[in-house]
Design a protein around this ligand. Structure first.
Ligand SMILES: [Ca+2]
Ligand SMILES: [Ca+2]
Ligand SMILES: [Ca+2]
Length: 364
């Protein structure tokens, strides 16, 4: 299921970790290609969790009971594939827009799956959300905090499907171990740990926003913000309003360079970020105007396998190298899902001039 692609993040982020404290290297070392004398400190290696680890670390807010065995997991996967295709057609129709009107009008960036009075079940790249729309109040999305190990069956189109009862969200699925392959769009490999389970998450858990900053605790934990601090990076802007909520912005020549490189215009929504993996402070200190960013350092990637990073950090950037031939010109290599190339940044009269060159296209 595509929408589960990004769910691994929960595993890599512990919400109490201060992102700023890990980095022992100098800003120069983290930002620039420097010829090294001596040895690099070896990186910690990813250790694959066992099935027992997965059960033991299963999110506490998700309760589950095992149903009487009804369906094999293989059949569930086949069923899901068919239903997802149906849904892809359905979202293009007017019928869809009318059925989910009150939610869709306000928050078109979500894909809606089911409706139940003042609630809708929806998804975005982070996973499943519950969206509440009561009367004239603004629609309020709450992230469900399902991790990649909670595989949800695609039952949303079933005529008798309900997701809300007894003050909890109920979903059927399985507890699985996921092994991802890097080449998109190959489906991940699933190993079933518990078949045919019913997940339930109490509404009170889902709606909990301890610091009242507009993001529910489960979402903050998932993307690595502080659920009990309105302003995670202490820069005066609350998490919900901050376009770079994990790192305080600091103006500098090279932050301005990164702003010129990445801060392209795109619809600004509170529920979608551009994720960037970097140890360079000039990069994570940018002050974006057009898009929302989440920066992570490489220390935080350790718990996940290198090959799953493509799914979350869609563009990868190298460190900066000074151009040997042109003064005031700096080069950065990049790679995204479409190809790889080079970004050249020239500093002229206090302004950055950026040119991007694609060297290699992947696929067709
Ligand atoms: Ca919050
Ligand atoms: Ca917060
Ligand atoms: Ca802030």
């Amino acid at each position: 299921m595509k929408f589960l692609n990004f769910l691994f993040l929960a595993a890599i982020i512990s919400c109490d970790k201060k992102p700023e404290t890990f980095n022992q290297k100098s800003i120069e070392e983290n930002c620039f290609q420097i010829v090294k004398v001596g040895k690099e400190t070896p990186k910690k290696q990813y250790v694959e969790p066992s099935k027992e680890d997965i059960l033991q670390n299963f999110p506490k807010h998700i309760h589950f009971v095992t149903n009487e065995h009804k369906n094999s997991f293989e059949n569930v996967l086949k069923h899901n594939e068919i239903e997802i295709k149906k849904q892809q057609e359905y979202v293009k129709t007017n019928e869809y827009k009318i059925y989910f009107k009150k939610f869709y009008e306000e928050l078109p960036e979500f894909e809606y799956l089911a409706r139940n009075r003042e609630f809708a079940l929806a998804k975005n790249k982070y996973g499943l959300w519950l969206i509440e729309k009561t009367g004239n109040q603004k629609a309020k999305p709450y992230f469900l905090g399902l991790t990649q190990n909670a595989f949800v069956n695609y039952d949303f189109n079933a005529p008798n499907f309900t997701f809300l009862s007894e003050n909890a969200v109920h979903l059927s699925g399985s507890i699985v171990k996921v092994t991802r392959l890097s080449s998109f769009p190959i489906l991940p490999k699933y190993e079933v740990i518990k078949d045919d389970v019913e997940f339930s998450i109490p509404l009170a858990e889902i709606k909990k926003d301890s610091d009242q900053d507009g993001y529910n605790d489960l979402f903050e934990q998932f993307i690595g913000l502080h659920p009990t601090q309105k302003d995670s990076d202490d820069d005066g802007l609350n998490d919900f309003e901050d376009a770079n909520p994990r790192y305080a912005s600091v103006s500098s020549k090279f932050s301005a360079m990164y702003e010129a490189i990445v801060d392209e215009t795109s619809p600004k929504t509170h529920y979608s970020f551009t994720e960037v993996l970097t140890d360079c402070d000039y990069f994570n200190q940018i002050n974006p105007k057009n898009r929302k960013f989440l920066f992570y350092n490489t220390e935080e990637q350790i718990p996940i396998k290198e090959d799953v990073l493509d799914h979350f950090f869609s563009v990868k950037y190298s460190k900066i190298s000074e151009n040997k031939f042109y003064p005031n010109t700096y080069d950065i290599d990049y790679a995204d899902q479409k190809g790889s190339g080079n970004i050249s940044a020239e500093f002229i009269n206090g302004k950055w001039k950026i040119s991007k060159k694609t060297n290699l296209y992947f696929g067709v």
